[in-house]
Design a protein around this ligand. Structure first.
Ligand code: SAM
Ligand code: SF4
Length: 328
């Protein structure tokens, strides 16, 4: 098993399939983009599947494909079908910006993908362009509907609120999601942008999100919530059954129950989004390292998992990799 020094067990592996993206969300990437990871350094499809298999053998039971934008990975469907064919098949999900999902959703479902998280911060084409520097809202909305039609359920929606940009849309996003049967989660903005633009006193906190939603609906903690290691706190909307989630990574960190571990597109294990250290598996593997050695490195990296992320600590320093190269 993947046990860390504080007794937490790694069960949820986030697999970044690329650091590239077709959007430039201001909280994640500069408008001009980034220098992409060099192609030969990226794990091949077979290498991704091999490392996932080793993770599953070590007790991982949930895989989330992410990036960058995972739909840009040419071998995505094959990677999913090979992962779905593993013994002890893990639960398979993907976090995506939804661009291209309208076309790919049926193939992804047929390959074995169980469900998707789609990022949607606004319902206004202008605000979408302002946040992501691209005019693609219609593609995202079509992608969401296609995901639901293909049975990639439950469809979850991730939203980051930015003060004065889309913070006035909290209620509208919730209504949109409830009307379509999507599960909405608001995520507090984290200091992971390479521009270092994040300021704690400017971020929209989880409490503020709840206050915004309470302007015209009842929002109460869900008494039946079994949160476990889930990052989202769930609230009933107007008594339920509709719910809304808030991921308060900054103001109410959930590190004590974290079961997540990350594999970057270039083959490094990161035990926290905010880790300052990572364990390189790619070069060991390419030098002929066997599964036993890779599993030992995987386990060893877990022992270095920090107790918590320390945002707010005067000593806190942003990781050198931006969010898009870590895998959100
Ligand atoms: N491109 C895909 C997408 O946008 O869903 C997957 C990768 S993206 C890095 C994963 C999630 O991280 C998205 O929901 C995005 O909104 C979120 N994210 C990115 N930067 C963030 C930040 N600085 N703080 C909080 N969430 C962030
Ligand atoms: Fe791309 Fe996702 Fe980052 Fe937006 S949040 S720039 S869609 S990787």
């Amino acid at each position: 098993m993947l046990v860390d020094g504080f007794g937490r067990v790694g069960r949820d592996l986030r697999v970044s399939l690329t650091d590239r993206c077709n959007l430039r969300c201001s909280y994640c990437m500069p408008e001009a983009g980034l220098t992409w990871l060099p192609q030969p350094g990226l794990l091949t499809d077979a290498e991704v599947v091999r490392l996932v298999r080793i993770g599953v053998d070590l007790g991982i039971h949930s895989i989330r494909f992410t990036g960058g934008e995972p739909l840009l990975r040419p071998g995505l469907v094959d990677i999913i079908s090979q992962t779905a064919a593993l013994p002890n098949r893990p639960h398979l999900s993907m976090t995506t910006n939804g661009i291209g999902l309208a076309l790919m959703a049926p193939d992804l479902k047929a390959a074995g993908l169980d469900r998707v998280n789609v990022s949607l911060d606004t319902l206004s084409p202008e605000t979408f362009k302002q946040i992501s520097h691209r005019d693609r809202l219609a593609d995202v909305l079509a992608g969401l509907d296609a995901a639901a039609a293909a049975g990639l359920l439950p469809v979850k929606v991730n939203a980051v609120l930015l003060r004065g940009v889309n913070s006035g849309e909290a209620g509208a996003l919730l209504d949109y999601c409830i009307n379509r049967g999507f599960d909405l989660r608001f995520i507090e903005q984290m200091p992971l942008d390479p521009q270092h633009g994040w300021k704690r006193d400017e971020m929209v906190t989880a409490d503020e999100v709840l206050e915004l939603l309470r302007a015209d609906r009842r929002i109460e903690p869900d008494p039946n919530e079994l949160r476990g290691s889930a990052p989202a706190e769930l609230f009933l909307v107007d008594g339920g059954p509709a719910r809304v989630g808030v991921i308060a990574s900054v103001t109410r960190p959930f590190c004590a129950d974290c079961d997540r571990v990350r594999l970057t597109a270039d083959g490094a294990i990161r035990t926290c989004l905010f880790a300052r250290h990572e364990t390189e598996l790619r070069d060991f593997m390419r030098a002929g390292g066997d599964d036993v050695g890779l599993a030992a490195l995987f386990r060893q990296s877990m022992l270095g998992k920090k107790r918590g992320h320390d945002i707010g600590d005067p000593e806190f320093a942003q990781p050198t990799r931006p969010m898009s190269a870590i895998g959100g």
